[in-house]
Design a protein around this ligand. Structure first.
Ligand code: TPP
Ligand code: MG
Length: 605
């Protein structure tokens, strides 16, 4: 079933006669590519024909968007390139959403986009599309092969730039340019060594920290991608500073560490929010402090507006972009944290005297939040209470009862296996999950970040599993988002990529319905979902399926599914029957009560 090939993994050396297809494939070999995702097509068949002898496995997917997300998941776990390819025109336009999500996750994804041949461009031929504008906004670099003799050069540049610029790049190849006879040399990959940042800015950061009374570290994606957890820990321990993580960056600091406080942002940790609110100095380590990730939550406007901010960012364009900063360091999170710790060595700091008291405050805030979560078994707003009452009278098709999402999430949290990788989708229950997802190691948590597209979780975890087959892989999705993406279960079954998926079956596009509850007088339009059983659909795709309608069974089901994944190589979909209750909305910041001027709509306020 699998198409993995035994590789001779060395590219040809020196100037040689070859075809552009050979130059393309050999350059990928030089860049270390052994896995690609996509759907085959005539546009690149000449190159595809030699993927296997080159040691490259092309994993065929069901839909190219899935292939794009898989490339993203693969890149996010491995730190290596994720590569997606498809047929010119529709195969490529199908990838736009996935590349946009990869862009906001800073993933080194390369999308290879074969295009209409040069002799047909502009004539409206078959599957013709202008493919560069489609990805313009979501790529760090777009290489267009302007001449078949330059195939290796553009291919190499796309792969180099994806790593250097930390984001997707596009390699656009007119399909006739795969053919011909060229003479070229396969370029060696160019990898840059990142440094800590400028001496002056590092000195200024150390000086600011020496005088700080309540420093707080905000650990972002740079800590995950820059392999900087140990250095972040050393800095936090030197300062006795609480470490809060960025929005959906729950894996940037180990949850078992006494200084870990959980994530900021939508449905994040109240302990993290209350502690950062006290900060006089914030160290944003590898974080762009994105606007959505720092919005008020749980009624707390927690961002410390008067605090001095030290921002450490590998991408200089993010320095001071969203939040006002005092010191900006363009540097690598790992090297910069190390350089700052070195500067603090042997110094006495203003915060040294209060280390024990601050540790106490951190402990107290964390304990209070855990206690609140333990007691927060269901949502308590009027709509949720109505739904809970209504559903006491109903039974799910499986015969048990509808479960409170928060209780389900707590049970799942308790049953998580070591070294787990989790992807979450966009939806109400998935967002509430943010409070319950904790990790011990980086490169463990994958969410669509600020692009926020439904349909992300399953394909992304498939890509992650391909990159790390020895780690348990779990996707969370709401029933709406799940239906967008569930066909990729066929990819898992066809190609022996076992994963576990948890589907929260609440029969609605809940996250958006919540806005109709809060702002549109419960006038529900297009929000209800009448579904067949997702466990049944999974079984008919050749996977295992479990329906859960008792709280006691949640943890057991997860353990069983993970056992199936790790020991029997089987994919399993756990369908959890949930009430229709809904947590806080996504965009309280962006919605307001409706205003109508026309008489015929006067009741719609
Ligand atoms: C591709 C895409 N389409 C639409 C949306 C808007 N949207 C955000 S959340 C949501 C509802 C998700 O419903 P579901 O997956 O069932 O999860 P629930 O909110 O019910 O937990 C929708 C439609 C989106 N984010 N992405
Ligand atoms: Mg739903």
């Amino acid at each position: 079933m699998s198409t993995a090939a035994t590789p001779p993994r060395k590219p040809v050396v020196g100037v040689q006669k070859m075809t552009p297809s050979e130059a393309f494939v050999e350059t990928m070999v030089a860049q270390g590519v052994d896995t690609m995702f996509g759907i085959m097509g005539s546009a690149f068949m000449d190159a595809m024909d030699i993927f296997a002898p080159a040691g490259i496995r092309l994993i065929p997917v069901v839909h190219e968007q899935g292939g794009g997300h898989m490339a993203d998941g693969y890149a996010r776990v491995s730190g290596r390139h994720g590569v997606v390819i498809g047929q010119n025109g529709p195969g490529i336009s199908n990838c736009v959403t996935a590349i946009a999500a990869a862009y906001w996750a800073h993933s080194p994804v390369v999308i290879v986009t074969p295009e209409t041949g040069t002799m047909g461009m502009g004539l409206g031929g078959f599957q013709e599309a202008n493919q560069l504008p489609m990805f313009q906004e979501f790529t760090k670099y777009q290489g267009h092969v302007v001449n078949n003799k330059r195939m290796a050069e553009f291919t190499a540049r796309c792969f180099d730039r994806a790593i250097a610029d930390m984001g997707p790049t596009q390699l656009n190849i007119p399909r006739d340019y795969f053919y011909g006879e060229i003479t070229c040399e396969i370029p060696q990959p160019i990898r840059i060594e990142r440094g800590a940042g400028g001496e002056h800015s590092l000195d200024a950061a150390a000086e600011l920290l020496a005088g700080a009374k309540f420093p707080v570290i905000l650990a972002g994606g740079g800590v995950v991608m820059g392999d900087a957890v140990q250095e972040c820990k050393a800095l936090a321990e030197r300062l006795g500073a609480p470490v809060v993580t960025g929005y959906l960056r729950n894996d940037a600091f180990p949850a078992s560490h006494p200084l870990w406080c959980g994530p900021l942002g939508y449905q994040g940790s109240k302990a993290a929010m209350k502690l950062i609110a006290k900060a006089d100095v914030v160290i944003a380590l590898g974080s762009r402090m994105g606007p959505f990730g720092t919005l008020p939550q749980h009624g707390l406007d927690y961002w410390p507006k008067d605090a001095k901010v030290i921002q450490i960012e590998a991408d200089a364009t993010n320095l001071g972009l969203v939040k006002k900063i005092t010191v900006g360091i363009c540097g690598d999170a790992k090297a910069a944290a190390k350089a700052i710790v070195a500067r603090l060595q042997g110094k006495s700091l203003a915060c040294d005297a209060t280390k024990a008291a601050r540790a106490d405050t951190i402990r107290t805030e964390k304990a209070a939040w855990e206690q609140e979560l333990d007691g927060w078994t269901h949502e308590k707003d009027a709509f949720s209470l109505d739904m809970i009452e209504e559903q006491k009278k109903e039974q799910p098709f499986s015969g048990g009862q509808y479960l409170h999402p928060r209780q389900v999430l707590r049970e799942l949290e308790k049953a998580m296996p070591p070294r787990v990788m989790v992807s979450t989708d966009i939806g109400n229950i998935n967002s509430v999950a943010n409070s319950y997802l904790r990790f011990e190691e980086p490169r463990s948590f994958f969410a669509p970040m600020s692009f926020g597209n439904c349909g992300y979780a399953l394909p992304t975890i498939i890509g992650a599993k391909v990159a790390a087959p020895d780690r348990p892989a779990i996707a969370y999705a709401g029933d709406g988002a799940w239906a967008m993406s569930m066909v990729e279960i066929m990819t898992c079954v066809r190609h022996d990529i076992p994963v576990t998926a948890v589907v929260f079956h609440n029969r609605q596009w809940g996250a958006e319905k919540k806005n109709q509850v809060d702002f549109y007088g419960r006038r529900f339009v297009a929000g209800e979902l009448d579904n067949a059983s997702f466990a049944g659909i999974a079984k008919s795709m050749g996977a295992e399926g479990i329906v859960v309608d008792r709280l006691d069974d949640v943890g057991k089901a997860l353990k069983k599914a993970v056992d199936l994944q790790m020991n029997d190589g089987k994919t399993c979909v756990i369908e959890i029957m949930c009430t229709r209750e809904l947590g806080d909305p996504f965009r309280r910041d962006a919605l307001s009560k409706p205003v109508r001027f026309l008489d015929k709509y006067k009741d719609y306020v």
